[in-house]
Write a protein that binds this ligand. Structure first.
Ligand code: B3K
Ligand code: ZN
Length: 890
């Protein structure tokens, strides 16, 4: 059989400025999918009509997208077309000369069993499933595969009953039946019009766990989670998270579920975390399966968040969708913000905020500072799948948070309500969203044109702050200056509207009332200033004593703050700031300052010293730890090597690693007694549970263990081994194993081996085993990672394995950026190997090179050589091509 379109055409860029509405619309789709082991036949009946908004242009041909398929036949209004009546290329099917409206029937053949890219219809562990976002539907049948074409789908799936007893698609099951030859069929109808990227179908031997949710208006919704047999016992947390999400969306946003069924299917081969297909979410097993033996607290929290995220998409993404893919953040930024709010409500809001900001800084700030920097609303792309980025998702969520900070919770909610009132059932833009926020809040003092720049300008703004207290006039003058460095394609930037939530902390640690010059009275003790100019001063009056400013409380804007305060002021804020985020932030700023100072000492050939005041500050954190253990665990965490590197002119991975390890060792030995005491308290206090309190206890205990192990004493090693061997739950076992994998303990190999033997039947646990080894700071890590690519539990075809081992290794700054370039060569080999199989995964991996210019000349030369080697490889996917091009150009 001839599969059309296996060789990709030369990659070309798509521009937002070229957007035009579709010439044709599709009202209904009737799909018949006949699944057979050798080939799958898809028959698609489309009711098409000319788009009235383009009527003035006269008749246009119907041009459908399609890739990697064999076209069997095309019928128009029941008349079979001769091949001369249409044109097929590697990417399209063109039918000229159609009437105003027609029924077009297309038959295609595909081979899901050979689909390693995991886009379109493919097989995972013997079951059929789909992934259509962004452009996978065109690998199933010819279609107007763009989000602004919304149709009603009726889908009939036919397959062998014994092998594929479960047949699912979107919407409601309307009919089903058996055939005489051992095959059976099921017909699904989705009453809600949707874009093709939300289509899904599944066929397989799966077992289900069922529950129900009654919506606030009384709709009874059947909830089902489908997993491979044997995994039924691991879905309770996901189910619980789903019910909580459904309730929360009603309470917090007034949004109710709109069908009688909500299905989740977990598959083990999946490029991302999960997918929000209408009423048939397809999930990576990583975000469904969990029990305390196999999953860590982080996994449990991840499941809660991702289940919520996909559920929330039902309104923010599905009911109101994107006009085009440049608008991706319309649904992703908003939905991430919603899942962040949800998780904050379910757990601890400050802890969640710290975690979210840590991630934003680690990955999004890095993206913003490199060659792949792009605005929240990009202007052009070669491969849209490359734009499911931290900028579109996480920075996009920060933009949503800023709307709420500027408008207040009620103003924000009014905007959301108007957005749904105006746009339910439509495919819209981020400008439409902004307009709804604006129009719902006519009295808000917000310059919306300026706010819109957050969508258009790439890069992380830097805000420099300076404060001066004048005792005579009892006033405090704060000067803020903003700047935004050029990013690829954007040499000039305009000042942004930056919401600055701040407080002034008095000498006793209490917040001072905030009254700006010219105001009649103080307005609270935390308030939001609008920084709109390149430089702006704010004078506070009635300030009784010199305050310490607490700026960007709750991280009110995604900026880098430079504020020349003293170490003593930072220590003061660590202890006293009423804003939990800024208490944490002060500690991070202090640690960053000290680590960078130590790296400078090392570069100058001097011995690195840890200032005693820092150790004291950590001691104070330990002393307060019982007040909020989750928070204390985060306060004890040093900034990551990757994040620290962002503050260096030329990143020195070895220096950073050594400085950070030196601090860990020094804290571990100087505060050994306190750390051991706290470790003991946390261990003994309370039974095993998946509650914020118990998770906080484990996090704090493991943070203490980390410092104790860094100090390298025998007692710590004994504790660690004991925790590894006797740990109740994967959180503790894995925390101990990571420390062991990072150490020189003689028991190291035996522990790693025992773990693999114990968990060989659990792929998700084996992923962790790969990651702890890939993250080890030991000098032989690369060698080990290379060896592990040949381990029977590893497969380059399984995205989770690639992310765990290869992705884990690229996150190991000291080892991946080895001065001899060995880490880069290894990654390039893996990228080339992956690209032929799964371009999306290959492209995600190749992004690890993007920051190569931040390193010294030697490392740059090695990285460039590997990027050029990839670039010179014939037949590169557009996915990898685009990232490599940008990395070399930028
Ligand atoms: N919308 C999907 C992501 C699809 C990625 C396509 N390459 C998951 C999510 O954001 O919820
Ligand atoms: Zn999403």
């Amino acid at each position: 059989m001839d599969i059309v379109g296996t060789t990709p055409a030369a990659p070309k860029a798509i521009h937002l400025s070229d957007y035009a509405p579709p010439a044709w619309l599709i009202d209904t789709v009737e799909l018949h999918v006949d699944l057979r082991e050798d080939v799958t036949t898809v028959t698609s009946r489309l009711a098409v009509r000319r788009n009235p908004v383009r009527a003035a242009e006269g008749p246009a041909p119907l041009v459908l997208d399609g890739e990697a398929m064999e076209l069997v036949s095309v019928t128009v209004d029941n008349r079979l077309l001769h091949p001369a009546d249409y044109a097929v290329t590697a990417e399209s099917l063109t039918v000229p000369r159609l009437p105003e409206a027609a029924t077009v029937e297309i038959v295609t053949r595909i081979k899901p069993q050979e689909n390693t890219a995991l886009q379109g219809l493919y097989k995972s562990s013997g079951n059929y499933c789909t992934q259509c976002e962004a452009e996978g539907f065109r690998r199933i049948t010819y279609f107007l595969d763009r989000p602004d074409v919304m149709a009603r789908y009726t889908v009939t799936i036919e397959a062998e009953k014994a092998r594929y007893p479960v047949l699912l698609s979107n919407g409601n099951l309307v009919d089903q039946g058996d055939r005489l030859d051992g095959r059976h069929w099921a017909r699904w109808n989705d009453p809600w019009p949707k874009p093709s990227y939300l289509f899904a179908m599944v066929a397989g031997a799966l077992t289900q766990v069922e529950d129900r949710f009654v919506t606030r208006s009384g709709r009874e919704v059947t909830l089902r989670i489908f997993v491979e047999p044997g995994n039924e016992g691991k879905v309770a947390h996901a189910m619980d998270s789903l019910k909580k999400s459904m309730k929360w969306d009603e309470d917090a946003y007034g949004l109710e579920y709109d069908l009688d069924i909500f299905n989740i299917v977990a598959v083990s081969d999946f490029n991302m975390g999960a997918m929000e297909n209408k009423s048939l979410n397809v999930f990576n097993t990583k975000y469904v399966l969990a029990n305390p033996e196999t999953a860590t607290d982080t996994d449990f929290l991840g499941i809660e968040t991702v289940v919520a995220h996909e559920y929330f998409h039902n309104w923010t993404g599905n009911r109101v969708t994107c006009r085009d893919w440049f608008q991706l953040s319309l649904k992703e930024g908003l939905t991430v913000f919603r899942d962040q709010q949800f998780s904050a409500d379910m757990n601890s809001a400050p802890v969640k905020r710290i975690q979210d900001v840590t991630r934003l800084r680690q990955v999004q700030f890095a993206e913003d500072a490199g060659p792949t920097a792009h605005p929240v609303r990009p202007e052009s792309y070669i491969e849209i799948n490359n734009f499911y980025t931290p900028t579109v998702y996480e920075k996009g969520a920060e933009v949503l948070r800023m709307y709420r900070t500027l408008l207040g919770p009620q103003g924000y909610r009014k905007g959301i309500d108007l957005y749904f009132q105006r746009h339910d059932g439509q495919a819209v833009t981020t400008d439409d969203f902004l307009a709804a926020m604006r129009d719902a809040n006519p009295d808000a003092a917000v310059d919306w044109a300026q706010f819109q720049l957050w969508y258009r300008q790439a890069g992380t703004p830097v805000v420099e702050a300076d404060g001066a207290y004048d005792a005579a006039s009892r006033s405090y003058r704060l000067t803020l200056r903003q700047s935004l460095a050029p990013t690829p394609g954007q040499p000039e930037k305009a000042p942004l509207l930056i919401p600055v939530a701040l407080g002034l902390v008095g000498p006793d640690g209490a917040d001072l009332p905030l009254r700006l010059e010219g105001e009649a009275a103080a307005a609270g003790s935390t308030r939001v200033l609008h920084l709109t100019e390149a430089s702006q001063s704010f004078t506070f009056v009635d300030v009784p004593a010199a305050p310490v400013p607490s700026l960007f409380r709750g991280f009110s804007a995604p900026v880098r703050l430079r504020f020349p305060c003293s170490d003593a002021e930072l220590t003061f804020l660590m202890a006293k700031d009423s804003d939990a985020f800024n208490r944490w932030e002060a500690g991070q700023t202090l640690a960053t300052r000290i680590i960078l100072g130590m790296v400078a000492e090392r570069t100058a050939g001097r011995a690195m010293t840890v200032p005693p005041a820092f150790v004291e500050a950590v001691g104070a954190t330990l002393a307060r730890a019982h007040e909020d253990r989750s928070f204390a665990a985060l306060a004890l965490m040093l900034p990551s090597e990757g994040y620290l590197g962002q503050s260096m002119e030329v990143v020195d991975p070895d220096g950073l690693h050594e400085a950070r390890e030196t601090i860990r060792r020094t804290v571990g030995s100087s505060l050994g007694a306190a750390l051991r005491r706290l470790y003991g308290e946390c261990r003994e206090d309370g039974p095993f549970a998946i509650t914020p309190e118990a998770m906080g206890r484990r996090a704090l205990k493991n943070a203490c263990l980390g410092y104790l192990m860094a100090a390298g004493d025998a007692e710590a090693a004994a504790l660690c081994l004991e925790q590894y061997r006797g740990g109740s739950g994967m959180t503790d076992v894995l925390a101990a194993l990571s420390l062991i994998a990072d150490s020189d303990l003689p028991e190291r190999e035996a522990c790693l081996e025992a773990f693999a033997t114990r968990w060989q039947g659990e792929p998700l646990v084996m992923d962790k085993w790969f990651t702890v080894q890939a993250l080890s700071g030991r000098p032989d890590t690369l060698e080990r990672v290379r060896r592990l690519t040949g381990h029977p539990a590893f497969s380059i075809r399984n995205p989770n394995k690639v992310y765990a081992l290869i992705g884990g290794f690229t996150a190991n700054q000291a080892r991946f950026h080895a001065a001899d370039g060995s880490g880069y060569a290894f990654l390039a080999e893996r990228v080339l190997e992956l690209d032929g199989l799964n371009p999306q995964v290959a492209s995600r991996m190749v992004k690890a090179f993007a920051r190569w210019r931040k390193f010294d000349a030697g490392r740059q030369a090695h990285a460039r050589a590997q990027l050029e080697r990839i670039q010179a490889t014939p037949g590169l996917s557009p996915d990898v091509f685009e990232i490599v091009e940008r990395s070399l150009d930028g």
